[in-house]
Design a protein around this ligand. Structure first.
Ligand code: GLC
Length: 408
């Protein structure tokens, strides 16, 4: 049987291989793990290719929380098999995988945008707390960067993030604009809200970061690029997912014990992180559906998730595991995550755009990226984006709304 999922680094795949070996010991079912591309866009292309042939390719697919609406028809409905288990998951995390009442995947990994910051540097430059607003971050980052450069660290930058024209940019830019009341591109009531002054200002501010507190190359950074700069000790702040903790705190990491994690900075409308994450889906074309279901059951099981959280520092998807105080180190991280998933979360508009999400996110990425690179002005890019979204979705225009965090 084969499993295709998003690929991270060696530590991750070794831990996954161990889980799979344990699964084989328990069930006698052998599983091979297929690697995947680094870029979120390329992953979707590969998944679509494999599913589109209709041949029995991989049996179990890891799918991004934004894909169920696009890929639903290729997977079996897991509801009859997991009705009990799904009810035990953190509601906000599980709900992303339900499309028209069909449970397309079981969540096994929850992600949310977070701020990583260097505790040693904040102390050195006289800051007792991480920034609460993006404006504060900008000031702190500039000051620490100037100080570190004056000491001779010419490669040092204030803030690294994901600016490449890829899905990571949708996540980051959404956080900037939602915090300022700029809405989430397309609102829950299917209105297109993206062309508004708050979103425009948030993009302009980020464009100002490029080449000042963030490297000029940040416009080509994916998750790994930002993580590499950060782990090397060359940045004061980083926006990343919870899993970045593992590399940052690894034995031999130059920043080990010199950093902490906080909610992302906010603005007038609050502090928000984009909800990310991965679920496991069973292919409709699988030649081994019974075994595939067993694998999904195993990989989402409470004890397996708990162990994974301890080994890989990954947030669990089951509510009860958020009550295990030492499941993540340091202990404060579990409270931080549970707070973020409860109150500080924004969903990408994949829930309202269904099959069209890829077109929507591509158009948004291009618009924001053109502002970051200085190719277009923000008002111009927002107006063009609005027109394009009106055309592709057939939805109407509307004002930006609240945070769109789903109530629990
Ligand atoms: C992480 C998130 C996923 C997101 C991707 C963007 O893997 O879990 O939801 O789409 O990053 O790069």
């Amino acid at each position: 049987m084969t499993l295709l999922e998003e690929w991270s680094d060696k530590t991750f795949s070794e831990a996954r291989q161990q889980e799979l070996q344990q699964f084989t010991r328990e069930t006698g079912i052998r599983v091979s793990l297929l690697p995947s591309p680094d870029s979120a866009r390329e992953r979707l292309v590969l998944w679509r290719e494999l599913l589109g042939t209709g041949a029995s390719g991989p049996d179990v697919y890891g799918i991004d929380v934004i894909w169920p609406g696009m890929l639903s028809e290729h997977f079996i409905d897991l509801k009859p098999y997991f009705a009990h288990e799904v009810a035990l998951q953190f509601p906000a995390i599980a709900s992303g995988y339900i499309v028209d009442n069909k449970l397309v995947a079981m969540a096994y990994r929850a992600d949310i945008g977070l701020l990583y910051y260097r505790t040693d540097l904040l102390r050195e430059y006289g800051y007792s707390d991480p920034p609460r607003t993006w404006d504060e971050l900008e000031i702190m980052a500039a000051r620490i960067q100037a100080g570190e450069r004056a000491k001779g660290k010419k490669q040092f930058w204030g803030f690294v993030w994901q600016g490449a024209a890829d899905e990571g940019l949708t996540c980051d830019a959404l956080e900037w604009q939602v915090a300022e009341g700029g809405g989430r591109i397309i609102e829950e009531d299917h209105t297109i809200s993206v062309n508004n002054p708050q979103a425009i200002r948030a993009w302009q501010r980020a464009a100002r970061w490029v080449g000042s507190i963030s490297p000029p190359g940040v416009v080509a950074y994916r998750e790994w690029d930002s993580l590499n700069v950060w782990v090397a000790g060359d940045a004061a702040f980083m926006r990343h997912w919870p899993s970045a903790y593992l590399n940052s705190q690894a034995a031999g990491s130059p920043i080990r014990n010199k950093f902490e994690v906080a909610l992302l900075p906010g603005g007038k409308a609050g502090q928000v992180g984009t909800l990310g994450g991965w679920g496991l889906a069973v292919s409709r074309f699988s030649a081994h559906p019974r075994e595939a279901l067993e694998l999904v059951r195993y990989l989402t099981r409470s004890d397996v998730q708990e162990k994974r959280s301890r080994v890989l520092s990954q947030p669990p998807t089951l509510s009860q595991l958020y009550l295990v105080p030492d499941i993540l180190q340091p202990k404060s991280r579990i409270d931080l995550l549970s707070q973020a998933f409860r109150t500080g979360m924004v969903l990408r508009p994949s829930d309202v755009t269904g099959k069209k999400y890829q077109e929507v996110t591509d158009a948004y990425i291009q618009a924001v990226h053109s502002v970051l690179t200085g190719e277009k002005s923000a008002p111009e890019a927002a107006a063009a984006l609005e027109n394009e979204l009106l055309r592709t979705t057939g939805f109407k225009k509307g004002p930006p709304q609240g945070k769109s965090a789903r109530p629990e």
